[in-house]
Each structure stands twice: as C-alpha cells, then as structure tokens.
Design a protein around this ligand. Structure first.
Ligand code: BES
Ligand code: ZN
Ligand code: ZN
Length: 481
C-alpha cells in the first residue's frame, strides 16, 4: 500500500474515492455532503457503520471517536468495504494532530493479505491512499510533520507486515535454516551485521537447554544474531525472540486442536526480524542486537524427555517436567548469550504461554519484569501504536512453584494457576542479578496469531510487538530527558 501526501485541500486532491469519517449520531462537519443519499441507504451514523456511494465516489464510515485507535480501525474498515471494487485510489483528510500516522497505519496494516499459496490470489485493486493536509475542523498541520508521520507509519507497518508474512508461512517451509536465510537476506538488504551459529557452537557454549529442545528435529537449530550499529551509539539494546518454527509439545504432546496454529510459535523471532528491519530504516542512534533461537519442538527418536535434567549456558540445571514448556528452555540460553553484549536493556518477545492468553485474553500482550518504570515505558509505546498490554506482577510466593527435588529448578510449575508469571520467573533465572532491572519479558501468545479478525488485524499473524517495541526505541531518548 502506497501512502502519499497532498498539500492541497481534499477537494483539490485527486483520487478515485473520498473517505469521510463521522461520529455517532453526529453527521455535521464540512466534508459531509450526502445526507439525503445516506438516509436512503439506511446509514444512521452508528458506530462501525460504513456506507459506500459509488456514484458520488464517496465512502462514509462512522467511528466511536476520532482518537488514533478508532481512526486506525476506520481506515482498515474502509479498505475492507472497498476490497471487491475496481477503484484504485482513495483520498482522506486529517482528523487531529496524530491522525496522519494513525490513518496510514490502518491503511497499511489493513491492506495486508497472505496469498502466497493461493492459485488465484484476490488482490484488491486499491493500492494508493492520498492524505490531504486539510483538517476536518480547520486546524493547521505542518506539511513536513504530516509527511514525517506518513514515513514513520510506513516503516513500522511495512515491518509488521513483513513479520506477518514470515509467521504465516507453513512449518515445512520455514525451518530454522530457512529462518536464518530470511534473516541473512534482510541483513544484506538493510546493511545489518549477522552471525548464524549452529549445533556445534551451541555445544561449545554449553547451551544444553536450547540443544535439548532441538534434538528430535532433522533440522539443525540456529542461533541468529543480527546487529544494527551506530557511530555514536548512546545505548546497547538486545532483543531476544522465541523462534519455534513448530511446537508439537514434544513427548508431552499437544492435543490436535492446540497444535493447530503452532506455526505461530516463531512469532517472537519473526517480530525481531521486523523490528531490526524498522530500526535499520529509521537509523536509530543505538547499538541494537536481535537474537533469535530458532528450532522445532517435535517427536523423534532423539527427543528430549520429561525427567531429563539439562544444563544451561549459565551453569544452572533444569528438570524437564513438561517438554511443551520448551520456549523458556530455548530463551534461557539465548538470554544468557544476550548478556555477553553488556546491554543497557534486554527485551524478549515470545509466544510463551497459553496461561497468558487465559489471564489477559487473546488481544493483549503480557508485560513482565522487575523494573516497573521500564515496563510502563513499553506499555506507553503500546498505547501509542494501539497494541494492548497488561501488566502481570511478580510476587514473593510464585518463585517457589519452580522448585525441583533433583535440579536447580523445574521447567514449569505444577500449580494450575499463574503460568504466565512462573514462565517469566523461570526466564529471570537466566538474567544475571546485575541485569534484572534491564529486562522486560513480553508474552505475545494471545495477539500474535488472530483467530477471528479484529481492529486492523486479519485472521492469521498480526506482527504483534513489532510496532510497540520499535516505538519504544524511537522514544527512548525522550523518556530519559
Ligand atoms: N507455544 C506454547 C504457548 C502458546 C499457547 C502459544 C497457545 C500460543 C498459543 C508454549 O510452548 C507452551 O506450550 N506452553 C505450555 C506451558 C505448560 C506446559 C507449562 C502451555 O502454555 O500450555
Ligand atoms: Zn510448547
Ligand atoms: Zn512453544
């Protein structure tokens, strides 16, 4: 989707169709001109209602408010309503200070389709949106600011769509090695450094937890390490992603229904690739590392087993209670590796637990860590990008649930409750004491993969975390002023 800027008024801007937003039961503003025709169509200005008037070349959409979230939703809804038409371009004006960015986001994210495997792709004809600098209430907007907002939205949302494309591809194609190839191609295109390490390296480094998970797979595990350098880097940030190209549960096998969609267990890793792409385009003044643990959790002769005892890179031993709690094992070693970069911040993204989805619902990212301020910075970024977040607090009782009789800890708790938090507490055992306040864990198990479309998200991958973490990085300097 191509988003363009027009310095002209909406009426003086060229496009096939004009999009006009209205508020519930409030049809009065300067761009509303077709009240009689709308009445005939039964348009009552009710929330989420759209009306397309092809002869007038106009589409109206009613939004609950003109805040960024609703504008983003409205932009995507308008595209949906026009999807089957032959119109190629759309124009729209501004609805407040940050509306150019929100609208661009809705258009770019909302236009995503995954049709790589369809013999007859149904591409929408509409591929260009022109945003006019005119405001519905006559406020003045600096053209340079509007253009910068469109650029920012394009970078972040193209990155999110790129992430969706990786997550949506099937597990037979996106093997750990293929994931590394995708990372290499992206690094080359964007001028990032990249190292890819295989099984030998993991053995040398004592990464016994990551290795155990990978044992049954015919594909070698891959530790993918991308770096975005900057001449005068002010901070070092490491981002770590869970890259399970498929999660069957291993010997603690998942039931068929729960296994379906587990191609999405690589969403954290795919988000890292999207974020690294965005930070390269934005050329942020930081040294940013993207570290991915890519492997598969399947059955096989060499599969790791419940009762196994593993030794992680930091020397700690882990009793395997359930082979389906594999993501935390991969991340344990990746987190230990990540800290060798002497980071100022460590953020991991993972589809880590079903418990997080139960706790917060499928729309919300679980945010965990010891540093309340850092967590709220990231949650603030989420509210700017329209990604929903929920704080899941640690407490002094939960760590005891990971006790093991035979090893330093168990890989999961035997208790029924609090599984998202105990998973995060498990990860915290692999974050050195001196780094604990630098670390945040984002459990994206709910929003990473969409069952029923919502807001601007289609069914399938959503690119969860990409825009939120990129926005946090973008505002890092401002937060500290
Ligand atoms: N990949 C899953 C978590 C998941 C569940 C992601 C649903 C997306 C949607 C993870 O590896 C897993 O299986 N976790 C177990 C942990 C349990 C065995 C302690 C879970 O959540 O059931
Ligand atoms: Zn699992
Ligand atoms: Zn998993």
């Amino acid at each position: 989707m191509n988003i363009q800027f027009s310095p002209n008024k909406v009426s003086g801007t060229k496009a096939d169709i004009e999009l006009v937003f209205v508020l519930p039961k409030n049809m009065k503003h300067k761009w509303v001109r077709d009240e009689a025709a709308l009445k005939d169509l039964g348009f009552k200005a009710e929330e989420k209602q759209t009306a397309f008037l092809p002869h007038k070349r106009k589409i109206y959409a009613c939004l609950a408010s003109f805040d960024d979230y609703d504008l983003r939703e409205g932009a995507a809804a308008a595209l949906n309503a026009l999807k089957k038409t032959r119109f190629k371009s759309l124009k729209v004006g501004l609805y407040g200070a940050t509306s150019a960015r929100a609208l661009s986001e809705g258009f770019i994210l909302g236009s995503y389709t995954f049709e790589r495997y369809k013999s007859k792709p149904e591409k929408s004809a509409l591929n260009r949106v022109v945003i006019s600098a005119e405001d519905y209430e006559g406020r003045r907007h600096e053209p340079a600011m509007v253009k910068a907002d469109i650029r920012l939205a394009s970078i972040m949302c193209e990155a999110a769509n790129y992430t969706k494309d990786i997550v949506n591809r099937p597990p037979a194609e996106i093997t750990p090695v293929k994931m590394a190839e995708i990372a290499k191609d992206m690094a080359k295109e964007k001028g990032l450094e990249i190292k890819v390490r295989g099984e030998k390296y993991l053995e040398q480094e004592g990464m016994g937890a990551f290795l155990a998970v990978s044992k049954a797979s015919p594909y070698p595990p891959q530790l993918i390490h991308l770096v975005k350098r900057s001449k005068d880097a002010k901070k070092v940030i490491v981002l770590v992603g869970k890259g399970l190209t498929f999660d069957t549960g291993g010997l603690s096998l998942k039931p068929s229904n729960a296994m379906l969609t587990m191609k999405s267990d690589k969403s954290g890793a795919s988000a890292i690739l999207g974020i690294m792409r965005a930070v390269a385009d934005l050329d942020l003044p930081y040294e940013i590392h993207g570290i991915i643990g890519a492997t598969e959790n399947i059955l096989g002769r060499h599969a790791y087993k419940p009762d196994d005892i593993l030794r992680a890179k930091n020397g700690k031993t882990i009793e395997v209670v359930n082979t389906d709690a594999e993501g935390r094992l991969v991340l344990a070693d990746c987190l230990a590796y990540a800290q060798e970069q002497s980071p100022d911040y460590i953020v991991d993204l993972a589809t880590l637990t079903g418990a997080c989805v139960i706790a917060l619902g499928e729309y919300t990212v679980g945010v965990m860590g010891f540093n309340e301020e850092l967590k709220s910075e990231i949650m603030d970024a989420g509210s700017r990008t329209g990604e929903l977040t929920g704080n899941l607090p640690f407490n002094k009782h939960l760590p005891a649930l990971l006790k093991s009789d035979v090893a330093d800890m168990a890989n999961c708790s035997k208790a029924k409750y609090g599984g998202a938090i105990t998973a995060a507490l498990f990860l915290s055992e692999f974050v050195d004491k001196k780094n604990r306040d630098k670390w945040v864990h984002l459990d994206i198990a709910g929003p990473a993969f969409v069952e029923k479309p919502w807001s601007w998200n289609q069914a399938g991958a959503s690119g969860a975390g990409v825009r939120m973490v990129t926005d946090w990085l973008l505002n890092l300097g401002k937060n500290q002023e």
